[in-house]
Design a protein around this ligand. Structure first.
Ligand code: CO
Length: 651
């Protein structure tokens, strides 16, 4: 009889059943990876508080509450100070340790930061309440761990080292990411002092029998506890978890049911039941878990369910099995193609992607490398000609070719590397040292730039990682600018009114149009929503009346063509003055945000020189002049959002 056979009867659901000798420890990811995977990381702190104390009672090994995309999303889209979340949740959750996802030297951003920023960030995170630092590097180049690990240890915190799980074949094997590769990586982590080691399967690629083989091998090779993080995306994760349990895994990652499945993680409740009464019994009280779900379903999730991707009925993504493309990466690719009116090229993208990945050193696909490979692939598909590949190389691909992200699993294609480094600002010869060694300290420079707008180190670290959106956020925080309606929270009351409206519309009882005389003047706080009911479209504007938001029955405008579910209306785009200037036009090849103009009006420009740096899908693209000239007009300023085809500059 094996370890996992049921050994005691009678059993019950509650926590007072006999304890297992070797319970599987569980980390709950609902408050970070859960809402990041399902709800575009839009979870607000105020919506975590109603269940915080209840979650603290379950007995989780840890709660993942911070890091990954939360830092970016909170300051950019939610007008929330990311540091506040940590402090607020700590006040409600006193027993269970917190874990964060740290992108090693990338911290919670998308590039390697200098050592001074990395050290300060870890120091402040530890000081604000972080206990476990789940650290990964997108290239599995652990030289990128050195600085943060030194500080994690100095702060007396738990260092969890990740091995990004990736593959080049349908199953573990091939000639790069073999069992030996993973064992060697685990030994490296142990030598660095890892308090635990995580197999980070961000795309849900690990097959159950590979999970068994891998966990078994790692348990034999190293002493550190082994933790499995496997996304549900492909549908294999619950089976892989069970095989990992059989192989002796120490810790598993799950989500509470409303935050589970699809591109997120397996749910906790079925696992509790699966292991009930065995030697690996979690000991969790299923009634307590059910009570949390009840609160979430009734009080919290109604505010988020419009963010669920309900374009498909299936909850698993077959493409992951076919193309090994992580779920998040796939939705980014689809969005990027849609924005460029090129969704019909998705098949070409799937064909080009493995080629680009191989040429870039067969790198794992995880933030930020998944973005780097994805965006470059789309650029190739859309801009390359039969006689020239890599016509538009992103700044990040240049950095990668220079060695700024670290060492790739296999060497980068020599021809591509040479092309990418032509005229590269740091030099045309790639580096082989630890990337941060070539980065100058950044904190003092950031401090000078942001000045008194940053009142402490926490503010400064927001700005240092996100100069444009971070500055905007600090202006909102200190009342120097009014945050737009789109970043403000919605209330449950608002959602209920909206749902009632849709219900009425479905029943054909939509409120009659008001006459011109009794329409109150529209205030600046009015928010527009598109409501689509059975193919009919209504533009609904909701305006707060008498202080409470929202209020009176909304005014309904005439139906038009159906598009999607209710969503806040985008800020209208104002064409620039450059539209009317004669000359060579530099048009935005894709929608994006202006990072910088490299030239001013009156500057001479040579063919091939960069005019504008445009950020699209978080990647920076240098847009170059197609002929010599003199800059006549500049259409936008730093931080502006532009649609495809906008005139960025005339020369
Ligand atoms: Co994840």
């Amino acid at each position: 009889m094996n370890d996992n056979a049921v050994k005691s009867t009678p059993m019950n659901y509650s926590a007072n059943r006999p304890c297992a000798d070797n319970p599987v420890k569980i980390m709950d990811l609902s408050l970070r990876d859960g809402h990041q995977s399902l709800f575009a990381t839009r979870g607000r702190t105020e919506d975590m508080i109603p269940v915080a104390e209840m979650i603290d009672e379950i007995g989780f090994w840890a709660l993942e509450t911070w890091g990954g995309a939360t830092f970016d999303t909170m300051h950019r889209f939610l007008n929330e100070d990311p540091w506040d979340r940590l402090r607020i949740l700590k006040r409600h959750i006193k027993k269970t340790p917190f874990s964060m996802l740290l992108r090693a030297q990338n911290l919670v951003g998308y590039r390697n930061y200098a050592d001074d920023v990395a050290t300060a960030f870890v120091d402040r995170a530890a000081d604000n309440g972080m206990d476990i630092f789940r650290t990964f590097d997108s290239l599995n180049d652990y030289r990128n761990f050195e600085t943060v690990v030194r500080q994690i240890k100095k702060s007396g915190k738990h260092f969890q080292g990740c091995i990004c799980y990736t593959m080049t074949e349908p199953r573990m094997g091939g000639n790069v990411y073999t069992l030996d590769y993973y064992i060697a990586k685990a030994r490296e982590l142990e030598a660095m002092g890892a308090d635990s080691i995580c197999i980070k399967d961000m795309a849900g690629l690990i097959a159950p029998y590979d999970a068994y083989t891998l966990v078994k091998a790692l348990k034999e090779a190293v002493k550190s506890p082994i933790h499995l993080h496997s996304h549900f995306t492909s549908g294999m994760a619950p089976m892989s978890q069970l095989k990992a349990v059989e192989a002796g895994v120490d810790i598993l990652d799950t989500c509470l049911t409303p935050y589970a499945y699809r591109t997120s993680h397996p749910a906790i409740e079925p696992l509790v039941m699966t292991l009930l009464g065995t030697n690996r019994d979690t000991g969790f009280d299923i009634h307590k878990l059910a009570a949390i779900n009840e609160v979430l379903e009734k009080q919290v999730l109604p505010k988020y369910k419009h963010l669920l991707d309900d374009s498909k009925v299936s909850i698993i993504d077959i493409n992951v099995l076919l193309h090994q493309t992580p779920g998040g990466m796939l939705s980014n690719l689809v969005n990027q193609l849609r924005e460029m009116d090129a969704l019909d090229r998705l098949g070409d993208v799937f064909k080009e992607l493995p080629r680009v990945r191989k040429e870039l050193g067969q790198i794992p696909l995880v933030t930020p490398t998944s973005q780097i490979v994805g965006v470059q692939t789309v650029n190739n598909v859309l801009h390359d000609t039969p006689d020239e590949r890599y016509k538009m190389i992103t700044a990040q691909v240049r950095d990668l070719c220079y060695g700024l992200y670290g060492k790739t699993a296999v060497p980068i294609d020599a021809e591509l590397q040479k092309k990418a480094l032509q005229g590269y600002s740091r030099g045309e010869n790639p580096i082989t040292c630890r990337p941060a060694e070539v980065l100058d300290p950044e904190l003092e420079k950031a401090k000078k730039e942001i000045g008194s707008l940053a009142t402490n180190m926490d503010d400064l670290l927001i700005y240092a990682q996100f100069p444009i959106t971070g500055r905007k956020f600090l202006e909102w925080k200190y009342g120097l600018a009014e945050p737009p309606e789109s970043v403000k929270p919605i209330t449950l009351d608002f959602v209920k009114k909206q749902e009632a409206l849709v219900k009425k519309a479905k029943a054909g009882e939509l409120v009659e149009r008001k006459t011109a005389e009794n329409i109150p003047p529209k205030s600046e706080r009015s928010r527009a929503f598109n409501v689509f009911v059975d193919g009919e479209y209504f533009n609904v504007e909701v305006d707060p009346a008498g202080g409470a938001f929202p209020a009176d029955p909304p005014t309904i405008r005439a139906p038009a063509t159906p598009v999607a579910i209710p969503a806040p209306a985008p800020t209208p785009f104002v064409p620039s003055a450059a539209e009317s200037v004669e000359g060579n036009r530099l048009l935005a090849p894709m929608p994006g945000m202006i990072i910088a103009y490299k030239k001013k009006v009156g500057d001479p420009v040579l063919k091939g020189e960069a005019l504008v740096i445009l950020e699209a899908m978080k990647m920076e693209n240098a847009l170059t002049a197609s002929s010599d000239g003199v800059v006549k007009s500049i259409g936008f300023k730093q931080g502006d959002t532009v649609p495809k085809g906008a005139t960025l500059c005339v020369y």
